[in-house]
Write a protein that binds this ligand. Structure first.
Ligand code: NDP
Ligand code: HSE
Length: 448
């Protein structure tokens, strides 16, 4: 970064003037004095780019040079820092970030898709060019989880990170529980309220949460980003009956992203024995106990729970999206740059990021909720129990509601801890039973 001189403004170029870009300009203007005092120098937008120069945005752009081509921000000699708020894992966002880093300019981005797919290569480029890459806004919007993991927990070995990483899904699950309505109905409402996109696939199929989890995994464990290794399941299959059964069992359904490191010893950057470490990364609807902190995070809120060997468990909660919370995180990164803070992109030098193998799915242990729709007739439970017994799965509880001979009734079973491989084999056998007329619903139960 070029020296701007003590007290000289940090000159920022912003690409993308939509929800987050507009919010960033407003935050820089509204809180200019406080930001200047905290940074020891003003932080000023001097150039912008978006698709439509003539769009009315309710923003004062009079002090900003306009570029039709966002890449021009990387070449503009007035621009010291480039803020990428266009979005998308490739295309103009990636081209801009690469061009700015190549030019030695620090980059701030909120683009989790870009980082999930290209984060390792971009970190290497940033460090090779001695330009920073900052992305506090990319995970959990306004909650400063990147700083928390990278800086606040720098003295810890982190073994597990779990989070509610998608506000749209959390809103849908919360509303389904509160209203007893079905998924499709509540999704339509979320779209009408502007929480979910018109094409909501990235949110409800878990992809957005998986992008964010891949970033948290790299930070927490000092490993290369491996988005392809994230097992992703969304919330389309969650029904009101499962939500109601969960409550009856003292549990609540949440879409969680969970990353855990198994074995390997040591922390980021190296091991101290204990064999090769593996990492599991999952995004899936799971059941958590009603008393757990994640169960209490409702509506569009996000939360991230991390476990460090010295600090113990800590959780950060707040607004995970939206103009102002996300802009808050973008400006936090700009303030760090203005102050001259410099951190390795993923907490350790990019060259030290280790490639960790994915933990075998078959071996992953957990307790389970299983809901069946079976014909109400003698002997069905015995057949189900035999399938579980043959895989040495221990039943924790069994619930059957109603009496309707010859008709379908729900049967719910919760199990003690078993391997995922055993559970899936038992469920495949149960699904093939003549009396089992709908696909069984299998949901993992987390201990918190
Ligand atoms: P918007 O769709 O609201 O804004 C996108 C902006 O990018 C628009 O101003 C658009 O221009 C501009 N743009 C699109 N294509 C180009 C292009 N080829 N050249 C120049 N400008 C272009 O997106 P958001 O603000 O919601 O999201 C921005 C980023 O922030 C994304 O990566 C997103 O994932 C991330 N994010 C968003 C959050 C949110 O709550 N919205 C929360 C956390 C992260 P124009 O206005 O002229 O059409
Ligand atoms: N679509 C995301 C959510 C917001 O619903 O949480 C942007 O990260």
């Amino acid at each position: 970064m070029k020296a701007a001189g003590k007290g000289a403004p940090l000159r920022v170029g912003i690409a993308g003037l939509g929800t987050v870009g507009g919010g960033t300009l407003r935050a820089l203007a509204d809180n200019a004095e406080a930001i200047g005092l905290r940074c020891g120098r003003p932080v000023r937008a001097v150039a912008v780019s978006a698709r439509d120069r003539h769009k009315e945005r309710g923003l004062d752009l009079s002090a900003c040079r306009w570029h039709d081509d966002p890449l021009a921000l990387a070449a503009d000699p007035e621009v010291e820092v480039v803020v990428e708020l266009i979005g998308g894992s490739d295309g103009p966002a990636k081209a801009l970030v690469e061009a700015a880093l190549e030019a030695g300019k620090p980059v701030v981005t909120a683009n989790k898709a870009l980082l999930a797919h290209h984060g390792t290569a971009l970190a290497r480029l940033a460090e090779a060019r001695d330009a920073g890459l900052y992305y506090e806004a990319a995970v959990a919007g306004g909650i400063p989880v990147i700083g928390l993991l990278r800086d606040g927990l720098a003295g810890n070995r982190v073994e597990r990170v779990a989070g509610i990483l998608n506000g749209t899904c959390n809103y849908i699950l919360t509303t389904m529980r509160e209203s007893g309505r079905e998924f499709a109905d509540v999704l339509a409402e979320a779209q009408a309220l502007g929480y979910a996109e018109a094409d909501p696939g990235f949110d409800i199929d878990g992809v957005d949460a998986a992008h964010k989890l891949a970033i948290l995994t790299a930070l927490a464990f000092g490993c290369t980003l491996d988005f392809e290794a994230v097992r992703v399941e969304g919330i389309r299959q969650i029904s009101a009956v499962d939500i109601a059964f969960a409550e009856e069992l003292g549990l609540r359904i949440k879409l969680l992203g969970i990353a855990a490191r198994n074995g390997g010893g040591g922390g980021p950057g190296g091991g101290d024995g204990g064999g090769e470490a593996t990492v599991s990364q999952r995004v899936a609807p799971v059941m958590v106990p009603l008393g757990s902190p994640l169960a209490a995070v409702e509506g569009v809120f996000n939360a991230v729970l991390a476990e460090g060997d010295f600090v113990g468990k800590i959780m950060a909660e707040g607004a995970g999206a939206g103009e102002r919370p996300t802009a808050s995180a973008v400006v936090a990164d700009l303030a760090a740059i203005a102050r001259g803070d410099r951190r390795a992109v993923f907490g350790v030098p990019a060259a030290a990021l280790r490639r960790l193998a994915a933990a075998p799915v078959e071996d992953q242990a957990g307790a389970w909720y299983l809901r069946l729709m079976v014909i109400d007739q003698p002997g069905v439970i015995a057949e189900v129990a035999a399938a579980l017994r043959d895989e040495e799965i221990s039943v924790e509880a069994l619930l059957q509601r109603g009496r309707d001979p010859g008709e379908l009734v729900p049967v719910v079973i919760t199990t003690h801890e078993t391997s995922e491989g055993r559970m899936r084999r038992a469920v495949a056998r149960i699904a093939a039973l003549e009396a089992c007329l709908e696909a069984p619903r299998l949901i993992r139960i987390e201990s918190e």
